[in-house]
Design a binder for this molecule. Structure first.
Ligand SMILES: Cc1ncc(COP(=O)(O)O)c(C=O)c1O
Length: 459
């Protein structure tokens, strides 16, 4: 007798075979279709301009790529590196950061090279979380935090930033407010960590000194570890101050700062990042990272080191910031001309467009994959917003609509919130301006066509 085996369902998800996969995949939303795969080139019109995903459509400068080629021509750079990272890169990071941190950094014990910021952050969670430990995430949050926390037994606790933009003519990242009392109320005896991200993805907020001090005070009061994700540290505009929480009194010993060659040098595919912190944090994290990747990509560590070593000679970071500011300008000008509201970013490379005024036909054809997603995927906002549980069966999906009709993709900000708080992000679409200036101009030309889809203003 033959038996036909049907693939078992786990947590309502087809496992695809007879072997059960770990339930941790479900908890971290890891098996849900993520927003990036819905809004990628496969699903969108072939000529759609991609301002959705946050990677560049340009390469690192030639002199950095040449350093990568040079590294490949040597024997050692084709082989394993020390799990701490290549000495040349650790020395370059030491030199680059010492003044900013206002202290001497030990390249042997206080700097760890990782396979992108993401792996570094994952390794910190592996090293420090016990089952049931709570991790504070400010919403909206970079989506990788969630599975990285839950895979390691952690419990995310969400503290939303609130867009206090009503009545503000030209909102900026500063108008997304952190409520210190709300943060304090979120702390329990199980709280282990706070994840701070400044400059912030997706809001573009650069946390003020007062805000960072408030977070530091709470971390000290409750003996918490702070993971300060500063991957956009080199993209701060308008003379804003980037405050490193690690530099505040009493914070060095409880803070790990995260950086990324991907963001710093327009090299997201290199997978080179770094962590800076006291030995008490770096040592256990190194133990975790060594088990996960053993070591990071050798030749591109050499190239990242060259990037840091030669950055001053090439006036690289100021030039790069200026170029990003020009790209930002192209995007915000078109929104200004359209009379649409957006959040002016003080850092990072994202603009949040307020899509409340988009008027989209009720019968517009939307794909199944958008069902059950936040309303910024599909909602047209009435002047008074409905409670977040109400979905209109006819409501169009704004980001999808813009991609299909305007030819510019964006990402719905509700995806960066937990279910309970999704309604906060539903009024916004995130546009990334990490694209070359010609692409930004082309996108702006297309975005002008949004004028045909704006609700008539009541006079
Ligand atoms: C806030 C934030 N942190 C970390 C990362 C990951 O950086 P990396 O590509 O170096 O892993 C990203 C990437 O988009 C990000 O936006």
């Amino acid at each position: 007798m033959t038996t036909t085996q049907t693939a078992p369902k786990q947590n309502g998800i087809e496992s695809g075979g007879p072997i059960r996969f770990s339930s941790r995949l479900k908890e971290g939303r890891a098996l849900a279709q993520d927003v990036w795969s819905i809004y990628n080139a496969v699903n969108l019109p072939p000529d759609c301009l991609n301002l959705g995903q946050g990677y560049m459509n340009f390469a690192p400068p030639l002199w950095i790529r040449e350093a990568a080629e040079e590294a490949l021509r040597t024997v050692p750079a084709n082989h394993y590196s020390h799990p701490k990272g290549r000495l040349r890169l650790r020395e370059a990071l030491k030199k680059h950061y010492e003044a900013d941190f206002g202290r001497t950094l030990d390249a042997e014990t206080e700097i760890l090279v990782t396979s992108g910021a993401n792996e570094g952050q994952y390794s910190v969670f592996v090293a420090f979380l016990e089952h049931g430990d709570e991790v504070i995430l400010f919403e909206p949050f970079f989506d990788q935090y969630l599975p990285s926390v839950t895979f390691n037994g952690g419990v995310p606790v969400y503290v939303p930033l609130h867009p206090r933009t009503a009545g503000v003519d030209k909102p900026t990242g500063h108008d997304w407010k952190m409520d210190v009392d709300e943060l304090r109320r979120a702390i329990t005896p199980r709280t282990k960590m706070i994840v701070l991200n400044t400059p912030h993805n997706p809001v573009g907020k650069v946390f003020t000194r007062t805000e960072v001090e408030a977070i530091a005070d709470i971390a000290k009061e409750f003996n918490l570890l702070v993971m300060s994700d500063e991957v956009y540290e080199c993209l701060v505009f308008d003379g804003e101050e980037h405050v490193r929480i690690a530099t505040l009194p009493g914070m060095w010993e409880r803070t790990v700062t995260v950086g990324s060659a991907g963001k710093s040098f327009a090299a997201t595919g290199w997978r080179v990042g770094w962590l800076i912190g006291p030995e008490s944090i770096i040592k256990p994290t190194l133990a975790a990272s060594t088990r996960i990747v053993f070591c990071s990509n050798s030749p591109l560590q050499e190239a990242a080191a060259a990037g840091l070593e030669l950055s001053k000679a090439h006036n690289f970071f100021p030039t790069q910031t200026k170029e990003y500011a020009e790209r930002r300008e192209v995007l915000i000008k078109v929104f200004d001309d359209l009379g649409m509201k957006y959040t002016l970013p003080q850092g990072s490379y994202f603009v949040l467009l307020d899509i409340s005024d988009l008027d989209i036909p009720d019968d517009y054809p939307f794909p199944e994959s958008l069902n059950g997603r936040g309303r910024d995927f599909k909602w047209v906002f009435p002047s008074t917003r409905p409670p977040c549980s109400i979905f209109s069966p006819h409501s169009p999906r704004a980001c999808w609509f813009m991609a299909m009709e305007i030819g510019v993709s964006s990402i719905p900000v509700s995806e960066f919130y937990c279910e309970e708080h999704r309604n906060i992000g539903e009024a916004y679409a995130r546009f990334a301006f990490c694209k070359d200036i010609d692409t930004m101009h082309a996108a702006a030309e297309r975005l002008k066509n949004l004028s045909k889809h704006l609700k008539k203003k009541q006079i």
